[in-house]
Design a protein around this ligand. Structure first.
Ligand code: TXA
Ligand code: MG
Length: 369
């Protein structure tokens, strides 16, 4: 719907005024930062929604113990109710409010990787509303290491349920501006503390199974986890076509919702390729009249003449840098209105496995309506 504002120009009507609360990430204890965190914490306590930075990506948070507040997250993101949320905690006392028991294997991982980008699936405490984990008996929990996330959860005094702060299926946001691109007018506030430091989401692992089951590779690598636990299993989703359609899925909880579906996707069609094939593809796509965007590793393809937009991705030999800059690149190329994004696939292993996972999900075709 469009309405006129006071100056007579047409503006899009918005349901909510989204407040941007700015914080200097280098000075989280300044009085301005403290005031911003206090305000955000109050919104959370009062049942509202706040996007906030974590070390991985920005999350869209609400009080995890308040079903009505959590429902607002699903609505704002247009996220189907079958896709469970991760609960973010600041300390061990909060862990006991969200899980019924902590398996011994979980303690080993907690000791080693918390606070940090590791989400553990554990038995959901009855005090956590079922909506948080999409009705599943296990809830995902993580303790973020980002100082602002930590201060926010502490100040709110409640665990915070938070998925990535993007519209469902879209590229995760690593900056407040990207959050607003998707959610301005749909959430109460965004705490803007600059860029997420790691840039790619947490690792998700079900620690109640033996061996533990890795649902999503992430910033803690499988190799690092196996150093602590020994071998872990990898979850494999149903092959494409067997996965439930969106309609069907709304009422059907699945063992690993979100795995194997289109996700993290830019608006443009994403084509994954090897480094060697890029020049030919750029040529062919140009011939077909496509507007081509390129995720360009440093030192490669500096003369790819037919490319319409380039994102200088980072050093090919530095997967951590590629991870940190991946989502910003996809969003930047979308802003340049390309029709196709060409992206070389980094090698597997360590963080490279997580980058490949996101790219493969982002490149999946849209499901038929
Ligand atoms: O780094 C991160 O994990 C970020 C920041 C904000 O913490 N959060 C994030 O949340 O990426 P989200 O909701 O965008 O992705 C979480 C993934 C989803 O694919 C979800 O299906 C899966 O974890 N997940 C969460 N709880 C689960 C559960 N109980 N069982 C199975 N999968 C679960
Ligand atoms: Mg997400």
């Amino acid at each position: 719907m469009q309405i006129s504002n006071q100056s007579g120009s047409l503006v899009r009507s918005r349901e909510i005024e989204t407040v941007r609360l700015e914080i200097d990430p280098r000075d989280p204890d300044s009085s301005q930062s403290k005031a911003a965190i206090r305000k955000a914490a109050r919104i959370i306590r009062e049942g509202g929604t706040v996007a906030f930075p974590t070390e991985t990506v920005y999350g869209l948070g609400a009080n995890a113990l308040d079903a009505a507040a959590v429902r607002k997250i699903f609505e704002a993101k247009r996220r189907p109710s079958y896709d469970p949320l991760i609960v973010h905690i600041a300390d061990r006392a909060q862990l006991n409010r969200v899980v019924e028991a902590v398996p011994p294997a979980a303690l080993l991982l907690i000791e080693k990787f918390w606070p940090g980008p590791l989400t553990l699936l554990m038995p959901r405490h009855p005090g956590v509303p079922a909506i948080v984990s999409a009705g599943l008996p296990r809830v995902g929990v993580r303790m973020p290491s980002h100082p602002i996330a930590h201060r926010l959860i502490e100040a709110a005094g409640v665990p915070i349920a938070a998925p990535s702060a993007n519209l469902f299926r879209h590229t995760s946001p690593t900056q407040a501006t990207f959050v607003l691109e998707d959610l301005d007018g749909r959430i109460d506030a965004v705490l803007d503390a600059g860029e997420a430091t790691l840039g790619l989401e947490s690792t998700v692992i079900d620690i109640c199974e033996s061996p533990a089951v890795l649902y999503r590779p992430g910033m803690v690598s499988r190799e690092q986890i196996e150093e602590v636990l020994g071998p872990v299993a990898e979850y494999h989703p149903d092959p494409p076509g067997v996965a439930a359609s969106e309609d069907e899925a709304d009422s059907t909880p699945r063992p690993a919702p979100g795995v194997g579906m289109k996700h993290y996707a830019p608006r443009a069609r994403l084509i994954l390729t090897g480094l060697r094939d890029i020049s030919q593809l750029v040529h062919d796509l140009g011939e077909q009249g496509e507007r081509v965007g390129l995720m360009q590793p440093e030192g490669y393809f500096s003369k790819a003449a037919r490319v319409d937009a380039v994102y200088r991705w980072g050093k090919w030999s530095d997967p951590a840098e590629l991870a940190q800059r991946l989502y910003a690149g996809l969003r930047q190329l979308d802003r340049a209105h390309v029709t196709v994004i060409l992206c070389p696939m980094p090698g597997a292993g360590g963080v490279g496995t997580a980058i490949r996972d996101r790219l493969m999900k982002a490149a999946q075709p849209d499901l038929p309506e």
